[in-house]
Design a binder for this molecule. Structure first.
Ligand code: PEP
Ligand code: MN
Length: 267
């Protein structure tokens, strides 16, 4: 179902604030995790002011360590809904289990499947049944064929609104947190009609490398970006080193605008 042989034209996803696919580029941005009302509302206001069309933020965080901050849960979902109400930005947030899908779908405009759950087949089927747009992250050791098979689990349940997100894979390189597989973008675009996005934050692991990776993804043909930014990144409870300060996010958006224009696309 994801194949260009089945559907020979690009899928375009529409949100109240923008579109993604077929020359339309959309930027989702916000903190890694929802930590407080103040932090999330602040981030929502400035990402909107700088041109993002969607707010991201995890209420349920899939942490490597069970002792690390796990997110605010339902309280986090409520904060995201308040941020949407105030700014008009649609919200994308991660869902961790099939049992959680109904709850998260009540608050979110799009459901995020994290890299660590990219082959959780019951979860993929459950988001397929929810009918909500899905941001599907690539697992850190998945081939592109496996990635598309995960998308098929969602599509085959009747949900065609899927965005594929390249977020870096495990390689021998340790300087960056993951290796952004830029080639995934043109390869996926030659195989599938689905929008392909890049997450430059998680592969970079450090904020100074986020902007070049974001621009590389767009130059390679990505239809969107999902970027982490925090009002006070040094104090963030997760992914502190990679979240952009507001001024860095503003700089990113200025460069994105110029590149998107040069590519003959719209933001
Ligand atoms: C995130 O977006 O904060 C996240 C946990 O991403 P990933 O699943 O790609 O590691
Ligand atoms: Mn994160």
């Amino acid at each position: 179902l994801a194949s260009l042989e089945v559907q020979p034209f690009p899928t375009v996803l529409e949100f109240p604030t923008g579109k993604t696919g077929d020359g339309h580029v959309l930027v989702a941005a916000g903190p890694c995790g929802v930590e407080s009302r103040e932090q999330t509302l602040k981030a929502a206001r400035y990402v909107k002011a700088h041109g993002a069309a969607m707010l991201r933020g995890g209420a349920f965080k899939p942490r490597t360590s069970p002792y690390a901050f796990q997110g605010l849960g339902v309280e986090g979902l409520k904060i995201l809904a308040e941020a949407r109400k105030e700014t008009g930005l649609p919200v994308v947030t991660e869902v961790l289990s099939p049992e959680q899908v109904e709850l998260v779908a009540e608050y979110a405009d799009a459901l995020q499947i994290g890299a660590r759950n990219a082959q959780n087949f019951p979860l993929l089927q459950a988001v397929g049944e929810s009918g909500k747009p899905v941001l599907l992250k690539r697992g850190m050791s998945m081939t592109l064929e496996e990635f598309l098979m995960s998308a098929e689990y969602i599509l085959s349940r009747g949900n065609m609104r899927v965005i594929l997100v390249e977020r870096g894979i495990r390689t021998f390189e340790k300087a960056t947190r993951f290796t952004l597989d830029v080639s995934a973008v043109p390869v996926l675009k030659s195989w599938t009609h689905l929008p392909v996005w890049v997450d430059p934050s998680h592969p970079a692991g450090r904020r100074e490398w986020v902007i070049p990776l974001a621009l590389a993804g767009l130059a390679a043909g990505a239809d969107g970006l999902i970027v982490e930014t925090h009002p006070e990144p040094e104090k963030a409870l997760s992914d502190a080193a990679q979240q952009l300060h507001e001024h860095e996010f503003a700089d990113l958006m200025e460069r994105v605008r110029r590149l998107v224009e040069a590519l003959g696309k719209t933001l």
